[in-house]
Design a protein around this ligand. Structure first.
Ligand code: AMP
Ligand code: MG
Length: 477
């Protein structure tokens, strides 16, 4: 099969051709067959190990067409021009049955011109975390890149300690990051910047071409998508962990999973990335950081847009974020999106924070709670039952006397997952995969595909950690 090469052929000077160099002893361990079928990828890739053979053959069409993309980025607020696909390769693009062209991006296949002194490898730990994270978010309805397949390896890769290596392929509408535009702007390569924007507009944002200034329209479109994305993160208690501008996709999808985590106990300032000493990427700072990143992107557009155009686009972030956040949050709770609904939602969150309750688990219990009961048995979930009782009376009243009274428990369940990829569950699965045991990983992937199903209530897969440990995740991957 020959993949399309729209990016590489249109912007040849923005990529470097790099032949993949898989590690030793690679085995195909996970395939997202549904996604593979939707992309019309050949069955021989999976059934006869045809994909691995093609990646191991430096002369195959797949290997010869692979390219590494150049980009830069603001990392923890500091501009870094030396970034790029240091261990990722764009294999090409395939047409999805419903969602148009998708990049196939291979991670962990060796060094590229942008590796600097790093090894170009990925460890099984981070690869599996990304694979599971992408699928979990997809099935929760949060925009994200997707997982196509994962290969384990018998080779060791050195991080803080020796770890098994791995390789994976993810898909996304493109791998164009904020940092792509920043790089060509900051290096004053105006010609490349213009061609990149033209490519992005024609292939990914054609609706912006009609605008008086397509650059301004593009910035606005990216701003709106990013605002809606971050609202989803805040609603589900998701912490991305490394919101550097090179990890921000123009499509407004969750992208470049590193030390991400879903919160267990609700702490609004939660930080899980152990390199993030100042809490720059804390849970409650994500909306502000997204806007900071959009500001960096706007700067790269500043030769082609007026200050007013840039300001207009960026000024839409906050209202769109808040509108989406309030709507999704009140929907989750069966409330109307009005002052009362928003107040009840905020009081609920304060209660979870003050009483140190599990975030996802508490929402699920609320979705399953019987509104006809007062007091509610849910009071036993809270150390301070009196505070809960008072809130419940208010909540119950609002629910029973509003337009949302007819919302069924089944439909509320569909907005409140029983299972999310909790960090301690992922750690246990990683240990199993490292020991060559993949059957539970496969069961877990199946569970993540139906996160709202009652099968997962009280299932070991959905349990919070026995003792809420403080989670610290390594950025090294
Ligand atoms: P990340 O933290 O994964 O978003 O990566 C930040 C930058 O470092 C990107 O330019 C990556 O390509 C590069 N990078 C990360 N890990 C490696 C590695 N093991 N080998 C080469 N480059 C890497
Ligand atoms: Mg990255």
């Amino acid at each position: 099969m020959t993949l399309a090469r729209r990016y590489a052929d249109t912007l040849p000077d923005l990529v470097s051709q790099v032949v993949p160099q898989p590690l030793q002893g690679m085995r195909l361990r996970l395939v997202n067959q549904e996604l593979a079928d939707a992309l019309s990828l050949p069955q021989s890739w999976w059934q006869k190990d045809g994909l691995l053979a093609a990646l191991q053959d430096p002369n195959s069409a797949l290997s010869r067409n692979a390219v590494a993309q150049k980009y830069g980025g603001h990392q923890f607020g500091h501009w870094n021009p030396f970034l790029g696909d240091g261990r990722g390769l764009l294999l090409g693009e395939a047409q999805h049955a419903e969602h148009g062209w998708q990049d196939l991006h291979l991670k962990g296949a060796g060094q590229t011109p942008y590796s600097r002194h790093a090894d170009g490898r990925a460890v099984l730990r981070s690869t599996l975390r990304e694979y599971l994270g992408q699928e979990a978010l997809h099935h929760l309805g949060i925009p994200t890149s997707r997982s196509l397949c994962l290969f384990s390896s018998t080779d060791t890769v050195y991080r803080e300690q020796p770890e098994p290596g791995a390789m994976m392929i993810r898909t996304a509408p493109s791998h164009i990051r904020f940092g792509h535009f920043e790089y060509y702007f900051n290096t004053q390569n105006t010609d490349a910047l213009k061609r990149l924007v033209t490519f992005t507009l024609h292939n990914h944002f054609p609706e912006c071409l009609q605008a008086e200034n397509p650059w301004a329209a593009l910035l606005l479109a990216i701003t709106l998508r990013t605002a809606r994305l971050v609202a989803h993160w805040q609603v589900h208690g998701f912490v991305h962990g490394v919101m550097n501008t090179d990890n921000m996709s123009v499509h407004g999808i969750t992208f470049d999973y590193g030390p991400y985590a879903f919160m267990d106990t609700f702490t609004s300032s939660a930080v899980f990335n152990h390199s993030d000493h100042e809490g720059r990427y804390a849970f409650d700072r994500q909306p502000g950081i997204a806007l900071w990143n959009l500001n960096a992107l706007a700067h790269a557009f500043s030769d082609e847009c007026t200050i007013e155009e840039l300001r207009d686009a960026l000024s839409r972030f906050e209202p769109v974020f808040l509108e989406q956040y309030h709507r999704l949050m009140t929907d989750r709770m069966g409330l109307e999106t009005n002052d009362t609904g928003i107040r009840l939602m905020q009081d609920w969150l304060s209660m979870l924070a003050t009483q140190q309750r599990d975030y996802t688990g508490s929402f699920r219990l609320l979705a399953l709670a019987d509104l006809t009961l007062s007091p509610s048995p849910l009071r036993d979930h809270f150390p301070d039952r009196d505070t809960f009782d008072a809130w419940w009376e208010d909540y119950r009243n609002a629910r029973l006397h509003s337009e949302t009274a007819s919302i069924s428990q089944a439909s509320l369940r569909q907005k409140n997952p029983a299972i999310i990829p909790r960090t301690h569950q992922l750690s246990a699965l990683i240990s199993q995969a490292e020991a060559g045991e993949w059957s539970t990983v496969e069961e877990y992937i199946d569970a993540l595909a139906s996160p709202f199903d009652t099968r997962w209530d009280d299932h070991p897969f959905s349990r919070p950690p026995a003792t809420p440990a403080s989670v610290s995740l390594s950025c090294s991957s």
